[in-house]
Design a protein around this ligand. Sequence first.
Ligand code: ADP
Ligand code: MG
Length: 729
Amino acid sequence: MATLRFKALETAIGRKPVVADAPKEKTSEYFGKLVFDRAKMQKYLSKEAYQAVIAAIDKGQRIDRKIADQVAAGMKSWAIELGATHYTHWFQPLTGGTAEKHDAFADPAGNGSVIESFSGKLLVQQEPDASSFPSGGIRATFEARGYTAWDPSSPAFILDDTLCIPTIFISYTGEVLDYKTPLLKALNALDKAAVEVCHYFDKDVQKVTANLGWEQEYFLVDEALYEARPDLVLTERTLMGHESSKNQQLEDQYFGAIPPRVQEFMKELEFESWKLGIPVKTRHNEVAPNQYELAPVYEEANLAVDHNLLVMTLMRNIARRHNFACLLHEKPFGGVNGSGKHNNWSVCTDTGVNLLSPGKNPKSNLQFLTFLVNTLVAVHKNAPLLKASIASANNAHRLGANEAPPCIISAFLGTYLTKMLDQIEEKVTDQKMTPDEKTEIKLDIGRIPEILLDNTDRNRTSPFAFTGNRFEFRAVGSSANCSAAMCALNTALAAQLLEFKVEVDAIIAKGVKKDEAIFQVLRKYIIESKDVRFDGNGYSEEWQVEAAKRGLDVERNPVKMFDSYISEQSINLFKKTGVLSEKELHARTEIKWETYTKKIQIEARVLGDLALNHIVPVAVDYQTALIKNVQGIKELFSEAEFNELACARLELIKKVGNHISTIKAKVHEMVEARKVVNKLPDGREKALAYSEKVFPFFEEIRYHIDKLELIVDNEMWTLPKYRELLFTR
Ligand code: ADP
Ligand code: MG
């Protein structure tokens, strides 16, 4: 019995660290070696081609076919020198993750030989067989075809033997089918809107970019133990398992020493990331046992997203070489913290100003306040959309579960800025300000310390926290593509800045001075968005009550959260900024529902199977052993002695029996519920029914399984336990 579990344990305990394959050179010498970056473009492209690509990157200009041919030829030479034999368009379909289809450079050249070929046509556009990617019904109504198109703003790179070209993915009729396209559009919309607003303060600003610094959390589990847990293999989370007696109570894991096996994995992950030009910087233990974090230095948001997806791929692959399975799921284990991906976000100008960082004088600080307050209003108005952008079946385990950000979007500013906004609210009026009043408020603003970073009151329970020179959007899930959240946030700010400009200009047109007009609009916004500001404990009961009183969105069901993608507010927002059409939004929401349904459906099946063919048989065996034991006692002892000796065991037999019967009955009920739900024709209704009628069985069934795990002979138990999965040495 239980051989797989014990074999796996033996293997896991006997493991030695796999030494990371370290490059011979120092980091600065091989950083970006596998990236077709500007330096390589300069070397491998003609001056004309180089300039065309740079113009495409910096100004979004189109690249014509002749130039594309030259770029393709340059890329090919570079890639072949580094041993690449294949190329692929690398894109981000709505399944999550990335997709690629590799083609060899080698082409028959007649007489049995081949030549390496790669043309501008193949670089710029391809038609992958797209019919098996989710489209939310968009393609069904047109053609099954979709195509990928080169995104020159994210450089090509080599993964293993393949030249990867970052691309967007759209349907033949132009509808968006991926995560990258709307992000690029959102960043573009923000650029345009923000530049206009910057011109109130500095006419030299020509471009505004959003930055993203993600912090990726993940778990590592020994590969052998992972393989012995079908639930981990099939759903990436444990659907059962009693808490370990020791887990994270002692808080001895966070920032603690990293086990040597893990350390070697991390080193290799860093080497590979650096080769791909990903500026990974920080590694440490996280709060839960076997949980870790990796964070790079922030980059332009589109590039940062690509790099995050690449790192997730690297993590999974490199973990295998070190005999680990890397779990990116938001909640692989009950009872300990789940994993998220903080999105550190800021907005910068091409003149080198971080618009979310206080400056040195009243003018730059007024600009800072302008962007800060517009962000608050944007977040307040679009909180339901922001929630939709991070909601998923996986992330539902974290949000609102008293460990991760609550299910309510609020913004933390800290005492200093809160006071500042209060002062503006108090001192500015719709009336013309006296010169004294103006001086006073400008003096106040001028005093904002340049670096608020050391604000010790950094609030860890806020989903959207200002941390001195950026906001940290902390509700993003660890397995998610950051694009969705970044698209929603940047679009929301873009739309808000457009509105701001209109309002300020209207006041200026009435003869009010620019600064005063800005103050007036900011004051109005400060009042309007007050409800989204919250500096207290986001995990507390009181906040739930208070937030509902304030009229904030407190929805906890992910399926209902998705609705916010197609609310009137969101449709108008995306239309106004040209980021997504109503049809595309409907398609996306449809996919969200579908994905939710499938995830819960798979989990329900795996849970049912494991309950019936792993847990129940073991429990029955154990019960049989108990019964035999009791029968033996009965044979050997008098009735009085028997009652004394076997009484507790009889209770245990009953207890085991009750758990077994309940598990069987609940699994049966769950299967019946699923049958009913599966017949629902509407995507939303089905997803909702899965969340309300099927999902609740999970906890009920698990409860009895976990109880059995505590009772049943350890030697008989087949599935690796939490204490075995979670403590790598
Ligand atoms: P924490 O204390 O929250 O773990 P870190 O100092 O580790 O924060 O930084 C987290 C991430 O924030 C890193 O990716 C870092 O580069 C990024 N970051 C720092 N400053 C900014 C900024 N101005 N804009 C965007 N991201 C930033
Ligand atoms: Mg952080």
